[in-house]
Ligand binder design. Structure first.
Ligand SMILES: CC(C)(COP(=O)(O)OP(=O)(O)OC[C@H]1O[C@@H](n2cnc3c(N)ncnc32)[C@H](O)[C@@H]1OP(=O)(O)O)[C@@H](O)C(=O)NCCC(=O)NCCS
Length: 228
């Protein structure tokens, strides 16, 4: 099992020829930075517009206005912002600027070779991803989260620490599943949902709802309906 993970990391390392940049220097960035260091990915720069911080664990932080955007295509990037909405926004801006998304996998994560992990996604320490799982782009699979066989996860979503997705679960784009939540086999969680920490999801959830509890119940809808 260790061998499998190692070969995956070597693969990622071989692709890294250019400078690597993280966007966002908050708490989540520390976790990303640690995962990068542990997997021998050298982070050259962090971009953040908060002027009160100049460096994080020895990596220089600069404001977005001081970055030469014409040269951004020479950078690999990972958006190290926990909030799904802002992470997606920044990710899409950087793609337009021809940035190349970087995928980082902590070496202690157990990743099936029969799984697929998208571009710009971070898989943190102790996470487990089982065969047949497909994870989209710009996602966070946080510390010790598990994604069982044949799960299908969209883009820009966040599985918070200790989340357990059972086999065949589907999760839509931009959804946040809170710390320690459990999703039962075959359940579909919609896009742009928020699932509360510690919840047990035993029924499908439609797009755009906040649900929590054991069992999880829809508490509110986050979608704004506009008329054409
Ligand atoms: C579900 C969640 C998104 C709701 O956030 P919110 O809409 O701001 O809700 P509030 O904090 O205003 O709480 C509203 C009510 O729901 C209750 N509640 C909130 N989250 C709950 C949860 N996970 N389980 C049970 N009840 C919960 C609150 O106690 C409160 O009840 P009250 O009205 O009786 O006082 C949030 O509480 C949550 O669980 N987020 C997960 C965050 C997380 O795991 N982050 C990890 C980052 S690494």
């Amino acid at each position: 099992m260790f061998k499998k993970v190692k070969s995956k990391i070597l693969l990622f390392n071989q692709r890294i020829k250019n400078k690597c940049v993280l966007f966002g220097a908050g708490g989540h960035c520390k976790v990303v930075l640690d995962s990068a260091i542990c997997s021998h990915v050298v982070i050259d720069l962090i971009v953040d517009d908060n002027p009160s911080i100049q460096e994080l664990f020895g990596v220089k932080i600069v404001s977005s206005t001081s970055v030469c955007w014409q040269k951004i295509e020479k950078f690999l990037f990972l958006v190290s912002i926990g909030n799904n909405y802002f992470r997606k926004l920044k990710y899409e801006q950087l793609l337009v600027k021809k940035g190349i998304p970087l995928t980082i996998i902590h070496p202690s994560a157990t990743i099936s070779k029969l799984s697929t992990i998208g571009k710009g996604t971070i898989v943190c320490a102790g996470a487990v991803i089982n065969p047949g799982a497909i994870i989209g782009d710009n996602c966070i699979v946080n510390t010790s989260a598990s994604v069982d066989h044949d799960c299908y996860l969209g883009n820009h979503l966040h599985l918070c620490p200790g989340v357990n997705l059972s086999g065949g679960v589907m999760v839509g784009n931009g959804t946040m599943i809170g710390t320690g939540a459990v999703v039962l086999p075959g359940i579909r969680v919609g896009s742009e949902c928020k699932v509360g920490a510690g919840s047990v999801v035993n029924k499908d959830l439609p797009d755009g709802v906040t649900a929590y509890g054991v069992p999880a119940r829809v508490q509110k809808s986050n979608l704004i309906i506009t008329q054409d």
